[in-house]
Design a protein around this ligand. Structure first.
Ligand code: LMR
Length: 397
């Protein structure tokens, strides 16, 4: 049965890890996958997480099944991070949240449910978008198309193009939006532009699906929720996938959530019953540990503060690395001004390097980046940044 099976290409992001791990050069640097490293080049175990894990281990909880939708305390905490503690949507019971296997798992449960709900709809993702968006919605059976997003000339958002495209789409079209820290470009919309996008979605009857993988990496928890809050006020029904991989540094625990805003509490109950069927026929119910840890941190005033401080620390270090990279490239007298790197938000920089230049960085220097020119600024540190700047400067010559 396998005789005719073709070799699939490596994943454009996680496949870089495989190639990086197989590289024997001691100077190699992995700027591919979106993972935050400390200045020592380590993935941090946050102090707030460590404290919550210690308490959990000491309590030695039994390992029973979770409810299909996951831990109630976790789901409540997720909704409050997204909508704010005093959100009317929450108190009116219009939202449902299920614990999912990371942001990717949340997107997939949402995609599978949307396919049952509206099989003929098309999905629109930003041009460019996170590599897995297209593959994931296509694997759920959708046709996926792009809406204009990035303007290479201004290194900002082609807002007019985006808005005009969305305004031309048929009702029911599913629009995947990056809620903050656009991946891969780091170019976000302004608050006023978000309001306009909400109005277009409303006028056209579009179905927004907000991907929120980096809450806290641009400005802070509430400031980064501006898109979610704008949609919340609109009365629209919409989807949100969220992830704690980055913000809690819990990548391998696969801690995410799917949240859906419905029109009423009664509707929310029916939607939840259907989403649970999607989960039950896929992975049955989520694992316990990661969600329990996040819930414990968010439920404790002290640990929550510690977490927010640690998150702010990550944010500040990324900004320092942006600044340092810009300076180091200027020192190397590259022709182009890299000042734009300072304006990009989140973990990544969309450098403008071509696929050929990225390939040269890999083969000549062992510096790994995504072929689109995306580099993970959060993987730079005081020890590798000169080497990376040398590599970039060399391939730009
Ligand atoms: C990334 O874009 O690098 C991250 O979101 C990790 C992933 O799953 O692709």
């Amino acid at each position: 049965i396998f005789a005719a099976v073709e070799m699939a290409p490596r994943d454009p992001i996680l496949g870089l890890n495989e190639a990086f791990n197989a590289d024997s050069r001691s100077t190699k640097v992995n700027l591919g996958v979106g993972v935050y490293f400390t200045d020592e080049g380590k993935i941090p175990l946050l102090g707030a997480v460590k404290a919550a894990e210690k308490a959990r281990l000491e309590a030695a909880p039994a390992r029973g099944y979770q409810p299909i939708e996951g831990l109630a305390a976790y789901n409540k905490a997720v909704a409050e991070l997204l909508f704010g503690k005093d959100s009317a949507l929450i108190s009116e019971g219009k939202t449902i949240t299920i614990e999912a296997l990371g942001g990717t798992g949340a997107l997939k449960v949402g995609a599978d449910y949307l396919k049952r709900l509206n099989p003929a709809a098309k999905v629109y993702i930003s041009d460019p978008s996170w590599e897995n968006h297209r593959a994931l919605f296509e694997s759920a059976g959708f046709t996926v198309e792009n809406y204009p997003y990035y303007d290479a000339a201004t290194r900002g958002v082609n807002f007019a193009g985006m808005k005009a495209c969305l305004a031309s789409l048929p009702a029911g079209s599913i629009i995947v939006l990056h809620a903050c820290c656009h991946n891969p470009t780091g170019a976000d919309m302004t608050d006023a532009q978000w309001e306009e996008i909400v109005a277009v979605c409303q006028a056209r009857g579009l179905v927004p699906f907000l991907d929120m993988a980096y809450q806290g990496f641009a400005e802070g928890i509430d400031a980064d929720a501006v898109a979610v809050r704008a949609f919340s006020k609109s009365g629209l029904q919409f989807f949100i996938s969220s992830s704690f991989s980055k913000s809690f540094s819990l990548y391998g625990e696969r801690v995410g959530a799917l949240t859906i805003v419905t029109a009423s509490k009664e509707e929310a109950g029916r939607v939840m019953s259907q989403v649970k069927r999607v989960v039950r026929t896929n992975y049955s119910n989520p694992p316990t540990h990661g969600g329990a840890v996040v819930a414990a941190v968010l439920a404790s005033a002290e640990l929550r503060q510690q977490w927010e401080d640690e998150l702010a620390g990550m944010r500040v270090r990324i900004r320092e690395m942006r600044k340092a990279l810009v300076e180091k490239l200027a020192e190397r007298k590259v022709a182009q001004d890299f000042g734009f790197v300072m304006k990009q938000r989140g973990m990544f920089s969309y450098t403008g390097l071509s696929a050929e230049q990225v390939e040269r960085m890999k083969t000549e220097f062992g510096v790994y980046a995504v072929s689109t020119g995306r580099i993970c600024i959060a993987a730079l540190n005081s020890k590798n940044i000169d080497y990376v700047a040398d590599a970039i400067a060399a391939v730009l010559k």
